[in-house]
Design a protein around this ligand. Sequence first.
Ligand code: ADQ
Length: 460
Amino acid sequence: MSRLIVISNRVSAPTGSTSGAQGGLAVAMAAALRANGGLWFGWSGEQTDQFTGHINFQRAHGVTTATVDLEEQDVQEYYDGYANRTLWPLFHYRIDLAEYEREFAGGYQRTNQRFADTVRPLIEPDDLVWIQDYHMFPLGAELRQRGCENRMGFFLHIPWPPRRLLGTLPGARALVESMFAYDLIGFHTEEWLESFCDYARQDMGAVIEDGVARLGDRSVELIACPIGIDAAAFADMSKSVNARLAYRRMRDSADGRDMIVGVDRLDYSKGLEERFLGYERFLIEHPEERKEVFLLQIAPPSRVSVESYQRIRQSLEGLSGRINGEYADVDWVPIRYVNQGYPRDQLAGIYRAAKIGLVTPLRDGMNLVAKEYVAAQDPADPGVLVLSRFAGAAEQMGDALLVNPYSAEEMADAICQALRMPRDERVRRWERLMAGVQERDVTWWADRFLAALRRAEVDA
Ligand code: ADQ
């Protein structure tokens, strides 16, 4: 059987825990690597003065990881620059925030070439190569140029933007053309896949038939393959001692009030300002409910060196301060806004204590918080998921209350509906959501992608 080479910007070394303490992606990759052998390659997260290509191998719990340090300039241009200031905003429909700089594009290409030079000698002829996410679009083509004829798959964890938006990116064509080096490309949803096809067809003249896109003498198979969570482990974890303690702490501090919870990286794509405004609208329209609920928003800062992330942080501080100043009373604060991360077991307890999971990104490839919230609920008395129509997860989670996050009114109505929803309806909706979360978990996702990659037609 062929070995597996996973390549992603960052690598999560397995901890050996089976309790859901690690994120789903790390668990699924570790399981696939244990089953197939091979290794996981990526950036160490460390910076050096000069790129040396020295690989640091580590072996833990049956998985080999191989990481390299990057030069400071690479980190600035490839990671902070092209990945996080160009592609991330553009692919989340925020061309107003996207920065198009030649240095970023050049640094991105150079760093991908460095990754290709470094990982190429580690790849044996029969290995399956699986490259992850927007940091590494051109890596497949770079590896092909270095004589790599292996089966190669790519999975995109974020949305694919509409064709007219992508058209604003200098070099968009070349980027998409480079993706034809892969044998298989996976997206979370049909919608992202369709957008890719639209660009490839209309702007590049690709021919797409039966899930295969052809351009010149290259062809690539395309699939929608939604990622899931490690559902069984997460559900178990929601009953662990630490989860129970967190649950108790929340219930005690709630003092009989209903808790609404939001958990997100602090990122403009997650719609946090709109969420606060939707919640404020609910407070305005339902003064009688004011002291009966509160919103707990957990949002650990991310990508702090990027200016747009500093701005969103400031703006959320202002907004939560204003709303609290306007509506709080001596014995009640409407928003508890917390800027720190929590261990996953505590998070599970917090989700379980919340009557509503408010997951309202403006755009999201999938959104795993929606699935974690469902997995953590008490089957006898589950809470209600309020989910943005614009999260990839909405394609699978039609039993949530789906909302347009740009509409404060819709969000306010959904909060009200969720708070008043009878228990039997909550149970009915939750059972269907949970069945989906369990069936299509992260192992299902990895197995399905790898099975498709093994079957994919390979160009001669
Ligand atoms: P993200 O944008 O990071 O992922 P998401 O899918 O919601 O978004 O995953 C976030 C993860 O971080 C969740 O597992 C969550 O529990 C954890 N997390 C968030 N806040 C936390 C906190 N305060 N403390 C502890 N943990 C916290 C990208 C894409 C998504 C896609 C995933 C996977 O943007 O759309 O679903 O990759 O493909």
